[in-house]
Design a protein around this ligand. Structure first.
Ligand code: DX5
Ligand code: ZN
Length: 217
């Protein structure tokens, strides 16, 4: 099964953003994960369009934009216009997830839908055939550097089972508390895309940490 690493620039040094995005360009990571927080859907504010543009101008890899914002439909076209290749919204953040998925599709970006750790995976069933990726949060969204919630492994398995029936091509992404220490557990559970912030940017060699996350164990 395909494996993709998406380093999260939330953990980058914003004083040296170009340097950190260049590291991702050189590395074996396939995507750049971009966390957008509005201070309403989550109790934290990260950054918006000017930073996205700066990342876009340096990154040679697809931008995987994770919207932790309320009523994401308001900004989907703008994120696509600013260079998002993947746009993931939270099912908890909108009253009409199917419409949200459709807006992302129409914008030309690939479609992701995310669930917080306490949201039942069953809410995904009516959406699975309409999206390209499910993002299973393995921490409460809002902050980097939190501890991986072990119960997420069962949730990934449950999404993979549902996907076998409804959308065999579905990518499953996992985000929060991931490192080369637990990556193999996530692949075994059925995940394809691993997001990693702190483990990559705090490693003495970020590129080596990315290689280790990709390697079989
Ligand atoms: C959390 C964000 C994550 C965050 C992960 O709300 O969605 O992408 O950057 O950070 P780590 O890898 O440090 O848990
Ligand atoms: Zn994220």
């Amino acid at each position: 099964m395909k494996r993709i690493i998406a380093p999260s620039i939330l953990a980058a040094d914003f004083g040296h953003l170009e340097r950190d995005v260049e590291m991702i360009n050189r590395s074996d990571a396939e995507w750049v994960h971009v966390d957008v927080m509005d201070g309403v859907f989550v109790p934290n504010i990260s950054f918006g369009f000017p930073v996205l543009r700066a990342v876009r101008s340096v990154a040679k890899k697809p931008l995987d934009v994770h919207l932790m914002i309320t009523d994401p439909e308001r900004y989907i076209a703008r994120f696509a216009h600013e260079g998002a290749d993947w746009i993931t919204f939270h099912v908890e953040a909108t009253s009409d997830p199917l419409h949200c998925a459709q807006l992302i599709r129409e914008s030309g970006a690939r479609v992701g839908v995310s669930i917080k750790p306490k949201t039942p995976v069953e809410v995904l069933r009516p959406l699975l055939s309409q999206v390209d990726m499910v993002l299973v949060m393995s921490v409460e969204p809002g902050f980097g550097g939190q501890q991986f919630i072990v119960e997420s492994l069962d949730r990934i398995r449950a999404v993979r089972l549902m996907a076998e029936e409804l959308n065999p091509e579905l990518l499953i992404e996992v985000d929060g508390g991931i490192s080369s220490e637990n990556a193999h557990l996530l692949y075994e559970a059925g995940a394809n895309v691993l997001v990693a912030g702190s483990s990559v940017f705090r490693a003495s060699s970020p590129e080596e940490e990315i290689r280790k996350m990709l390697a079989n164990k």
